[in-house]
Write a protein that binds this ligand. Structure first.
Ligand code: OAD
Length: 251
């Protein structure tokens, strides 16, 4: 995998850097992605499992599916791609990670500046009170889980047809519009509003790099597309950034 010099020169550690990730970053940890050959949406219907009406109709079925995913994710470990992004937070003083993933693996890898824009499946939210609590038990002792108030608890994630948290979204827009470098990793870039972030960043003047196994709808508009595994490309990229900027060549 050839990483172009123009890209390394754009990775100025003094600038605002944003990394945007999707399910592909966790694929090498054994967490299934949503689309593609083995994607979850090939085997399951999103309408039955990831919508408010699915939860209203059959909360037990929805929770069984989330409990199964929590089981897989609970056993998964952050991979070299996650770890490289965590190290980037240490190198770039103006850094933020926006992830569509609900698996929590970025935080486990060490990232603290994270916007989990689709929520987190280790958090449970009371449908009556709106209160959120963390529960990492796998399997959950009771399905569907209930709040002390008697109401259902639901996964604190964003389902199809639901709005994103306004505060998270406003923060993400500000970061995207103000960043100098945007690294887009392992997302099919088809789910809005996140799918439009790369174009927004590009139009605001950022250098945009995509890391993905395959070409995506954003490939034609980014500055550099690196095709391959995130767990291989990101550590290599990090090493090159360290070599180049550590030596002060571009200073
Ligand atoms: P997708 O499953 O749609 O896309 C995963 C992307 O990762 C694809 O473009 C793959 O080519 C790429 N990929 C797979 N393995 C990779 C690897 N090892 N290295 C690099 N790239 C790899 O996942 P998302 O784009 O995250 O929404 O999906 C967006 C949203 O759709 C999810 O957040 C979820 C889903 O419905 C909600 O839960 C609201």
């Amino acid at each position: 995998m050839e990483i172009p010099d123009s890209m390394i020169a754009a990775c100025d550690p003094s600038k605002q850097v944003v990394v945007l990730t999707g399910a592909g970053i966790s694929a090498e940890s054994g967490v299934p992605t949503f689309r593609g050959e083995d994607g979850l949406w090939k085997r399951y219907r999103a309408e039955d499992l990831a919508t408010p009406s699915a939860f209203q109709t059959n909360p037990k079925l929805v929770w069984e599916w989330y409990d199964w995913r929590r089981g897989i994710i609970g056993k998964a470990e952050p991979n070299p791609g996650h770890r490289a992004i965590a190290e980037m937070e240490g190198i770039f003083p103006h850094f933020c990670l926006i992830t569509q993933n609900v698996d929590g693996l970025h935080r486990r890898a060490g990232n603290t500046e994270v916007i989990e824009i689709h929520g987190n499946l280790w958090d449970l939210r009371c449908v009556a009170e709106g209160t959120v609590r963390e529960d990492t038990r796998v399997p959950l002792p009771e399905i569907p889980p209930l709040c002390e108030c008697g109401a259902l608890l639901r996964p604190h994630v964003v389902w199809f047809g639901e709005s994103l948290d306004q505060e998270d979204l406003s923060r993400a827009y500000r970061l995207i519009e103000g960043c100098n470098l945007l690294l887009v990793v392992g997302t099919s870039a088809v789910v809005q509003p996140v799918a439009s972030f790369p174009l927004m960043a590009k139009q605001a003047g950022a250098f945009v790099v995509e890391v993905n196994m395959d070409p995506t709808p954003i490939s034609p508009l980014v500055d550099v597309s690196l095709h391959g595994k995130a767990g291989e490309i990101l550590p290599a990229l990090l090493e090159k950034i360290r070599e180049y900027w550590g030596r002060g060549d571009g200073a």
